[in-house]
Design a protein around this ligand. Structure first.
Ligand SMILES: Nc1ncnc2c1ncn2[C@@H]1O[C@H](COP(=O)(O)OP(=O)(O)O)[C@@H](O)[C@H]1O
Ligand SMILES: [Mg+2]
Length: 304
């Protein structure tokens, strides 16, 4: 469980995080989505007790990050944006080091389990410096999970690794869902949509929107969107015909056709078909357009 209330973080006079509040419950993967500089890393560092808030309260599993930082550290697994690498430690030594920092006295069993789980067993005695970027990322995940924390905080864990490794990381995160509260940050919209149950969109240190991807779609881009591509007349004539349809509120050019939008849930396909028949046009393509998180994101961020 994560509870953030009216969190503010100032660097000098600049507010990197400006009065944000949110909660994350067990069994939930919450995505912190925002462009570079939005305040994701700052928020996560505060949540892990890495640095203090300027204002507001932050609790993890009921413990305040300022008042009970050791209790918080025991309960949080954190994978920072850049996995800190202690190049001259062995893989086994690195995990043991982190487990002890989180208050584990005899971490050997758990360390071995992590080596097994992340297929690092055959490298246990290798130096961290000998690992590839992808393997270091796996080690970073193992480090975050070694003390079996109920709360897991992952700061852009898929940055800079290859596509196959991205898939592995996403699967690992999805698998955590059952027994953990997960906060996952990314600036990649499609990734957040795939991985997270709920999304918090932050921009310039403020929460702009939050909800499930479906809720956001409904709220910020309601209605129906249909892509049609027609031939038989000039594009401007076709556009005018489409705009003349009573249920169509907006026509936007896209690729070789147009996206029609209706604020109501009206089915526009019959209306388009009647235009095709009446004006002897040829239908090249017609499909419903899914509202993506990207549309919503641009919609929200553009307006402010
Ligand atoms: N230590 C710092 N000192 C001054 N400004 C900082 C510091 N860390 C981050 N910032 C600024 O705070 C803002 C938020 O940064 P950050 O939390 O890293 O965003 P994100 O992780 O979303 O990219 C940015 O404008 C960044 O330049
Ligand atoms: Mg960041």
């Amino acid at each position: 469980m994560i509870e953030v209330k009216n969190l503010v973080k100032r660097y000098g006079t600049f507010s990197a995080v400006n009065n944000i509040s949110f909660e994350a419950a067990p069994g939930e993967i919450v995505g912190l989505l925002g462009p570079n500089g939005a305040g994701k890393t700052t928020t996560m560092r505060i949540l892990t007790g890495f640095m203090p808030p300027s204002e507001g309260s932050v609790k993890v599993e009921g413990f305040d990050v300022l008042e009970n930082s050791m209790e918080v550290r025991r309960r949080v697994g954190y994978m920072p944006e850049r996995v800190p690498v202690y190049l001259d430690m062995t893989v086994h030594g690195y995990l043991t080091f982190w487990a002890k920092l989180r208050g584990m006295k005899q971490p050997n069993t758990q360390v071995n389990q992590m080596l097994e789980r992340f297929s690092l067993g055959d490298r246990r005695n290798k130096l961290v410096r000998s690992l590839s970027k992808g393997l270091r990322q796996r080690l970073g995940l193992a480090q975050a999970l070694v003390h079996n924390p109920p709360v897991v905080i992952l700061d852009e864990p898929t940055i800079g690794i290859d596509p196959q490794q991205v898939i592995e990381v996403r699967e690992t995160v999805r698998a955590l869902r059952e027994n953990h509260t997960v906060l996952f940050s990314s600036h990649i919209l499609s990734e957040v949509e795939q991985v997270c149950d709920r999304v918090i969109i932050i921009h310039k240190g403020k929460i702009m929107a939050s909800g499930t991807p479906q809720q956001l779609a409904k709220k910020y881009k309601p209605g129906v969107h249909l892509y049609v591509s027609l031939s038989g007349r000039s594009q401007s004539e076709i556009r005018a015909l489409l705009e003349s349809l009573p249920k169509v509120d907006n026509v936007r050019e896209q690729a070789a056709g147009f996206v029609l939008s209706s604020r109501t849930d009206a089915d526009l396909r019959a209306d388009v078909s009647s235009i095709i028949a009446k004006h002897q046009l040829t239908l090249l393509e017609m499909r419903l357009v899914e509202v993506t998180l990207e549309d919503i994101f641009l919609n929200i961020v553009d307006k402010r």
